[in-house]
Design a protein around this ligand. Structure first.
Ligand SMILES: [Zn+2]
Length: 447
């Protein structure tokens, strides 16, 4: 590893990375060393090497009782947020996006009521009126073509207001896709809405924002829909920002499912740092998806810019996600200095979600949001992906919006809870650290 770092890519932010390491390493690295020492002698299975198969078999094991004061939270304070407080926090809520629904009329997990429940939660908590409301506008064909192929866009356009039989026949050709006569139009609106927000935030017209959009986007790639996703709104936004002068866009995907579409779009692009935290086991969509493994790090000039943190089992919660943030996401963010941070904000890792089978609390999502706000001059945009518990998705979005507005966290919120991270998650994070250590000197796997 040495000082090589991601020097394969001559980025402005990269050049300062190595010089920052000495400072960060002294504090962050010292904590890791101390942690390793504390663990020494404890009956904890050695962390390395582990095959993925071994990871999946590993029994989840809490070690909070084995550790008292040492773990990971970096003692390096984050830089102060530099966002201008007077700029608004944007909130996209557009009733037109409720038209997208399962054509059978049956209750589907990805239902229009998700948006109304979120809206109600924001209204009852008094957060809605404190945000600047924005609505959708359709993305242009040229903007969409930054990511999606002309053939795919033509195919989608032909489905707008198509017959039910035609839509069903089309949907059956893909994995986990449903469409009604409004679906394509809603996807266009969602992509345009997210892009408009990203532009406003990047160009300094707004502080940050939350986009309540559906259909979701992160499973859609250049040529096809997948997993309830038709157009990849955040990828379209990232590509457009890059064309408008932005040099480094970070996409953090905390949806419980791997952001396989986004990863595929940027797999060889060193201008986009893609970090996905997801379940990677046989029960989780996309099934048997080898591209979600930690050893998949990007290709060509993009090597090192795809980062997969793959949970080998369900029931990951605040401690596990915060541990991954402290060990991987935040060191990368500090080092690479993105100019804009986009979040594929799925809330299907929330406790009680009928699909995700994980247990992240609203406070956990809030803390992840808060931890990203000091970077990229506060230019942070969250766009809804999954999240299928109507109660939980409302509470989780409200917790994140409260952070975006700059409120102090509630007294009972999770803070530095990473010390109770389970062993299998530690091993998974270490797999990611080991895969990326050759590219990022700031990442330190345990031996
Ligand atoms: Zn999901």
């Amino acid at each position: 590893m040495g000082s090589r770092g991601p020097a394969v890519v001559p980025h402005p932010g990269i050049g300062t990375c190595a010089s920052r390491i000495s400072l960060e390493h002294k504090s962050f690295g010292a904590e890791l060393h101390r942690h390793a020492s504390n663990l020494a002698g404890l009956p904890v299975k050695p962390l390395a090497p582990h095959s993925v198969a071994a990871l999946r078999k590993m029994k989840k094991r809490k070690v909070a009782e084995l550790e008292t004061d040492a773990l990971v939270p970096t003692k390096t304070p984050p830089p102060p947020a530099r966002a201008t407080p007077s700029l608004p926090t944007l909130l996209l809520y557009d009733e037109r996006l409720q038209r997208h629904a399962h054509p059978d009329g049956r209750r589907h997990a990805e239902c229009p009521e998700r948006l109304t429940h979120i809206h109600a939660a924001l209204e009852s908590s008094g957060l809605l009126s404190r945000c600047k409301a924005v609505s959708c506008g359709e993305a242009t064909d040229a903007e969409l073509r930054g990511v999606h192929s002309p053939f795919y866009l033509q195919r989608l356009a032909a489905l707008n207001n198509a017959s039910r039989e035609r839509l069903q026949a089309e949907a059956e050709q893909y994995d986990s896709i449903f469409m009604n006569e409004h679906s394509v139009d809603c996807a266009m609106l969602a992509a345009g809405g997210v892009l408009s927000m990203a532009r406003k935030i990047y160009h300094g017209e707004a502080r940050n924002g939350m986009a309540l959009v559906r259909p979701a986007g992160h499973h859609a790639d250049a040529h096809s829909p997948s997993g309830f996703c038709l157009l990849n709104s955040l990828a379209v936004s990232a590509k457009q920002l890059l064309s408008e002068g932005c040099e480094r866009v970070m996409i953090v995907d905390w949806d419980v499912h791997h952001g396989d579409g986004t990863q595929k779009i940027f797999i060889d692009d060193p201008r986009v740092l893609f970090v996905s935290l997801h379940r990677q086991d046989h029960q989780t969509f996309p099934f048997d998806n080898e591209t979600a493994e930690p050893y998949v790090v990007g290709k060509g000039a993009g090597a090192g810019f795809t980062v997969n943190i793959a949970w080998p089992e369900p029931q990951m919660g605040d401690a596990e996600y915060l541990y991954a943030f402290q060990r991987v996401v935040l060191p990368l963010t500090r080092c690479w200095k993105p100019q804009m941070i986009l979040v594929s904000a799925g809330f299907d890792a929330a406790q009680g979600d009928p699909i995700g089978d994980c247990c992240v609390s609203p406070a956990g999502f809030a803390q992840m949001t808060r931890s990203l706000m000091p970077y990229a001059d506060g230019k942070l945009l969250l766009a809804l992906e999954g999240g299928y518990s109507l109660q939980q998705v409302g509470d989780c979005v409200a917790a994140c919006v409260r952070e975006l507005l700059g409120d102090a966290p509630p007294e009972d919120s999770a803070t530095n809870d990473a010390i109770s991270c389970c062993e299998s998650a530690r091993v998974a994070v270490n797999e990611t650290l080991r895969a990326h250590a050759p590219y990022w000197p700031v990442l330190h796997p345990e031996s």
